[in-house]
Design a protein around this ligand. Structure first.
Ligand SMILES: Cc1cc2nc3c(=O)[nH]c(=O)nc-3n(C[C@H](O)[C@H](O)[C@H](O)COP(=O)(O)O)c2cc1C
Length: 191
């Protein structure tokens, strides 16, 4: 798939078929993601693939964050909150999820640059998954249960960047809605 087609066609997928993602597709996507730039080429990210029982346990833990949704998104209406809670309860039925972590650093500066690099790798991962015909979504609202996830997966000295459910999309989410202010922001350059 052409790069720009992958960029234009990527959407956040919140409903998945139960068919597992092919291991070779995941392998290609990880290879692409790890080519992301990073400070001093430190590659400060780790991808933990979670399937089967571990995926079910992750879903149970993430479901625990739904009670915080109203505090996190005070502007969401009742329907959107219910949709978000329903999605989080089972990660949209995704047969696999990728837990992305980055090294816990002492300084705020190091934390920021680690997370920034991990974010770049996540975007490359999502685009590569799209090119493989797979869907994904970057889920960050599980921060409330970060400690429980760390304990369950058994990693230390790492922070949770995001959870990326992955699988074949169940349905077509359509095109990305255009934000009213998008063009204005683009027109701000050059100043
Ligand atoms: C940093 C980041 C955090 C996000 N966190 C969440 C999240 O916690 N839950 C969720 O359902 N979607 C999350 N998303 C997905 C966005 O809602 C989505 O990218 C945005 O609405 C644009 O839609 P699209 O990805 O379909 O183009 C996140 C995306 C990014 C980049």
């Amino acid at each position: 798939m052409d790069f720009f087609d992958a960029v234009a066609g990527r959407r956040s997928i919140r409903s998945y078929s139960p068919v597992p993602p092919p291991p070779e597709s995941l392998a290609r996507a990880f290879e692409a993601a790890t080519l992301a730039p990073s400070q001093m080429n430190e590659q400060p990210w780790r991808f933990i693939v979670v399937e089967g029982e571990a995926r079910d346990r992750l879903c149970s833990l993430v479901a625990g964050s739904t009670r915080m949704l109203r505090d996190m998104f005070p502007l969401l209406d009742a329907d959107s909150l219910a949709f978000a809670a329903n999605f989080l309860n089972d990660l949209g039925g995704a047969p696999a999820a990728i837990v992305v972590t980055y090294p816990a650093a002492e300084s705020e500066g190091d934390l920021k640059v680690n997370l920034l690099a991990a974010g770049g790798a996540i975007l490359l991962l999502q685009l590569a998954l799209r090119a493989e015909g797979l869907g994904s979504v970057c889920v960050t609202c599980a921060d409330w249960v970060e400690d429980a996830i760390r304990q369950d997966l058994g990693y230390q000295n790492e922070r949770l960047a995001a959870i990326i459910p992955v699988g074949f999309p169940d349905g077509d989410p359509g095109e990305q809605p255009v934000r009213e202010d998008k063009t204005v922001r683009l027109r701000e350059w050059p100043v």
